[in-house]
Design a protein around this ligand. Structure first.
Ligand SMILES: [Zn+2]
Length: 370
């Protein structure tokens, strides 16, 4: 009898080891649980539990040894193999280090109970062992801005035949693409121009920002003084200094978190404020690159056009966008053969289907965030 009682006690404790924390929402949303587990006698949770409960977007940045967690539209930066999280250039410590298990990152539960409510005081409260939370924001891709290049007084590229203009071809393609996207994906698609009119580059990104677009896709046809040049390419933004800045940033971050305490902690704070200012943009650069890759793959795959690759360039039209943004060059109007293809409805439809597939592939991955 005694033994059975002992077993029950053991059972009770081992059940307790794989515990959970209930999350109740202020709206009518059904409660969720964050599963926790003991690792080295400390209670941890898999960071992806935040995706389930708070629709957080989680990006592992292994190069810079960070975990970027976007929650309630705000960016939290966890430094891997440390006990620090940065938010709005404030540093918070949860005492125990983030650990890796089976390729997944685990964060101490202390973060949820102590730091989470401090970071979001008007959204998160702890009641006994429950988290009472503001309803999470769904950050999946909902609004896409398509930008048909040029228009009005600006014809863009002129065809080999001198009869066809970039501004007309891209408008036709973009209008049809809008239809395909809206019919097949749960998205709203807005165009920077719906007719043959001039729109400044600044107005185009301003339009995307004002409509809080989740993606910005600028559509163009190419031109080259050598008429033999042909092929498809996709660009995403980069300024010459960004690469260097990123490299410097990675370097500084390592130095920063190798030193702890005292004056170094102050240095850490100052350096991080600088790094954070650059974060929002660099985050989108990576996403833009992934979007570009998906689009290039589907476009080249279906058209068998010459693959000119995904490239970085400092396009003004991409610079002002606060969202993943790419610029597609569908082909060279200055190439006799490619011009013939680009004006054909069947070929345009092939391009449209490819862009749709590329966006769909990106959206699936982005919405779930790996
Ligand atoms: Zn153009």
């Amino acid at each position: 009898m005694k033994q059975i009682g002992f077993l029950i006690i053991i059972l009770f404790f081992s059940l307790n080891l794989s515990a959970s924390i209930t999350v109740e929402y202020k709206s009518k949303l059904a409660p969720e649980v964050i599963n926790t587990e003991m690792i080295n006698e400390v209670e941890y949770f898999n960071v992806f539990e935040l995706n389930k409960t708070f629709k957080a977007k989680i990006m592992e940045d292994l190069l810079d040894q960070r975990l970027n967690v976007n929650i309630y539209g705000e960016q939290l930066i966890f430094l891997l193999e440390s006990s620090y999280v940065f938010f709005h250039s404030e540093m918070y410590s949860f005492s125990q280090d983030i650990v890796q298990k089976d390729g997944k990152y685990y964060i101490p539960v202390v973060f949820l109970k102590m730091i989470f409510p401090r970071i979001f005081p008007d959204k998160i409260t702890i009641k006994k062992d429950k988290i009472i939370a503001e309803t999470p924001v769904d950050s999946s891709i909902r609004t896409i801005v398509l930008d048909p290049g040029h228009g009005g007084k600006d014809p863009g590229a002129v065809g080999y035949s001198k009869k066809n203009f970039e501004k007309d071809i891209v408008l036709t393609v973009t209008k049809k693409l809008k239809k395909v996207l809206e019919e097949n994906l749960d998205v709203e698609v807005l165009l920077t121009r719906e007719k043959d009119e001039f729109v400044s580059l600044q107005q185009r990104t301003k339009f995307a920002n004002e409509n809080t677009a989740d993606l910005f896709i600028s559509i163009h046809c190419n031109a080259h003084r050598k008429e033999v040049i042909d092929g498809i390419e996709v660009f995403y933004l980069s300024t010459a200094k960004t690469d260097e800045a990123r490299a410097v940033e990675a370097l500084e971050n390592k130095v920063v978190y190798e030193y702890e305490g005292g004056l170094e902690a102050v240095k850490k704070y100052n350096d991080l404020a600088f790094i954070l200012a650059d974060m929002a943009q660099s985050e989108h650069l990576e996403e833009s690159y992934h979007l570009g890759m998906k689009l290039q793959n589907t476009l080249v795959g279906s058209t068998k056009g010459y693959d000119r690759g995904v490239k970085q360039a400092n396009f003004y039209v991409l610079r002002g966008a606060f969202m993943p943004a790419v610029l597609i060059e569908l082909g060279f109007l200055t190439n006799k053969e490619e011009e013939k293809k680009l004006i054909k409805t069947s070929y345009q439809n092939k391009l449209i289907q490819s862009i749709y597939q590329g966006i769909k592939n990106f959206k699936l991955k982005y919405d779930k965030m790996q």
